[in-house]
Design a protein around this ligand. Structure first.
Ligand SMILES: Cc1cc2nc3c(=O)[nH]c(=O)nc-3n(C[C@H](O)[C@H](O)[C@H](O)COP(=O)(O)OP(=O)(O)OC[C@H]3O[C@@H](n4cnc5c(N)ncnc54)[C@H](O)[C@@H]3O)c2cc1C
Length: 399
């Protein structure tokens, strides 16, 4: 059985080296704004600032866009192993869904159940949206036309007389530096804290203390792909997705082929509970952890079914150290004018009493960070985000 494992630092199918079409150009030049992270918050922030005519470059450590809105490419199919689907959570998610419906995004009318006391209980149906080509379709649309350097991890940040100096490390291990007058960090708070901690004497303690108070739940995701011979068995299952109990190893199971994908390649995504992930997060070999998640599904959901005896052709395991927000910062974004313009954004910025901040908060926070950094720079008119035409403003870039 071919197996592979992917830790949180790499992206599915990462190929070391610069990514064609995204090779950093003349980085002796200085950008107006550097945005660290091309997840939802970073993409929407980059788009707003680009639309206002700033020279903005987003830096993304992975090969692909979207961050935790993630799709794993598999032989002849794909699986969403982070954000599961889109649903309206507020004004920005509503706008995004309406803009992209029919442009890669489609309603998902599959029945979702809860596994409760040994029974499958149907969950109330609510409008959910998926992309047959993978949920990263949304990120690709948001990133179209923007200047994004992929496969470039920001490893150190320092303020200089010219602006922020960002030290980058490519997937191939090459290093270079980018300078920018202003900086947006659109990455999980603990990762931002690691990068900003060395600047505590110039940043002051308030911002770093707020970052330190943000907490995330981890998650371990198993992606299991079965053979065409098992297609008929999978098609007898009544469910497209099942929500497990938070105490069980498997907290969420979805049949990815129900999302309009190749039915000859039945694929499951199994997301662990936070408690299970916390217990196994630092294990060097994640394959047994992935097998334990699959065994949990076999024991609880497939007991007595022929599927309980099947083995996947491919099993991949992904470790999310920062999956979902447990304890957010009660603000739309964070910002600081000194030593140089700085803003921070992400789903962890949630001023509402929302116990489960998600992609609505990521979008709102990206916009709020764009407004904050614009106010610290030139207060230009910021266009409203247009999710369907992401790269409307033609901006001359000289990098
Ligand atoms: C398993 C799982 C299930 C989920 N389920 C749901 C759900 O049902 N509903 C919901 O609303 N939300 C869900 N979420 C959360 C949702 O995916 C996030 O809220 C949203 O995608 C966050 O976007 P973001 O831009 O804030 O952060 P991210 O998506 O984390 O983006 C940060 C980006 O920064 C990059 N980066 C980090 N450090 C660096 C660096 N040093 N240099 C360069 N780049 C860097 C990362 O690679 C990433 O692309 C789920 C997430 C996971 C993992």
């Amino acid at each position: 059985m071919p197996v592979s494992e992917n830790a949180e630092l790499s992206s599915p199918g990462d190929i070391p080296g610069n990514i064609p079409g995204n090779i950093p150009g003349n980085i002796g030049d200085i950008a107006d704004i550097a945005v660290v992270g091309a997840g939802l918050s970073g993409l929407v922030c980059t788009q707003c600032l680009h639309g206002a005519g700033y020279r903005v470059v987003a830096l993304e450590k992975s090969r692909g866009l979207g961050g935790r809105m993630a799709t794993r490419r598999l032989p002849d199919t794909c699986a969403d192993h982070g954000l599961r689907w889109l649903e309206e959570q507020g004004p920005q998610s509503r706008k995004l869904i309406q803009s992209l419906l029919g442009k890669g995004l489609q309603p998902w009318e599959a029945q979702v159940y809860r596994w409760q006391a040994g029974e499958l209980v149907p969950l109330p149906s609510s409008p959910r949206y998926i992309a047959a080509e993978g949920i990263t379709t949304v990120a690709k649309q948001l990133g179209a036309g923007l200047k994004i350097w992929r496969g470039q991890r920001v490893v150190a940040i320092s303020p200089t007389a010219q602006g922020w100096d960002l030290r980058l490390e490519s997937l191939a291990g090459d290093g270079q530096t980018l300078s920018a007058k202003a900086l947006v960090m659109a990455i999980p708070a603990p990762q931002a804290l690691d990068l900003l901690q060395p600047l505590s004497p110039v940043l002051g303690s308030g911002l770093l203390e707020t970052l330190a108070g943000v907490q995330f739940n981890p998650c371990i995701t198993a992606i299991a792909c079965f053979s065409e011979a098992e297609r008929a068995l999978f098609e007898t299952l009544p469910w497209a997705a099942v929500q497990g109990s938070p105490e069980a190893p498997a907290a969420w199971i979805s049949r990815e082929s129900s999302k309009g994908r190749n039915p000859d390649c039945p694929a499951l995504v199994i997301q662990s509970s936070a408690a299970f992930a916390a217990a196994h997060l630092d294990e060097a070999d994640l394959m047994p952890v992935g097998m334990a998640l699959l065994d949990d599904v076999k024991t609880r959901l497939w007991a007595g079914l022929p599927l309980a005896k099947t083995q996947p052709q491919v099993l991949q395991v992904h470790r999310w150290r920062y999956a979902t927000v447990r304890s957010p910062a009660a603000k739309t974004h964070l910002s600081a004018p000194q030593p140089l313009p700085l803003a921070l954004a992400g789903d962890w910025c949630s001023p509402d009493e929302n116990p489960n901040p998600g992609f609505e908060q990521a979008l709102r926070s990206g916009i709020a960070a764009a407004e904050a950094i614009n106010a610290l720079l030139e207060s230009r008119p910021l266009p409203e985000v247009d999710y369907s035409t992401p790269s409307s403003a033609p901006v001359p870039l000289r990098f």
